[in-house]
Design a protein. Structure first.
Length: 134
């Protein structure tokens, strides 16, 4: 893995520095919402997770996050939206992000992810590893 070649590199911090340099006058929360939609369209689980954590750190309202994710439905289909929501649901359930009261209700509902282990069904034919190209 390339990380052994750059042991002092913090990829998250490096990413944020490049985004800050490139976004110009665009407000950071708006740029972060756009990046979330782009990562969801790419199907990058790591990119989606990073973007969601950043949006929560910026205290962006969760309805705005859902709206940004919804923009992938037209070009990529509903599966891309559901899979991104599954990643978000997982972040909430793991404690990586803390949802507000309305979204805490969703966090606490079982079986609402793109993959429902209880039913053994997946919405799309991709595992998390396949989405990230691993």
């Amino acid at each position: 893995h390339w990380s052994a070649q750059l042991p002092a590199l913090d990829p998250g911090a490096a990413w944020q520095a490049r985004v800050a340099a490139l976004r110009g006058p665009v407000p950071e929360p708006l740029a972060a919402l756009g990046l979330l939609a782009a990562q969801a369209a790419r199907g990058s689980a790591a990119g989606i997770a990073h973007s969601l954590c950043r949006l929560h750190a910026l205290e962006v309202a969760e309805p705005q996050i859902v709206e940004a994710l919804s923009y992938v439905i037209w070009p990529k289909g509903v599966n891309a939206f559901v899979e991104a929501c599954d990643i978000w649901h997982g972040l909430m359930r793991s404690g990586a992000v803390t949802p507000g009261p309305l979204f805490a209700v969703w966090r606490d509902m079982p079986g609402l992810g793109a993959y429902d282990p209880a039913g053994g069904r997946r919405v799309a034919g991709f595992t998390r590893e396949e989405r990230d190209g691993a």
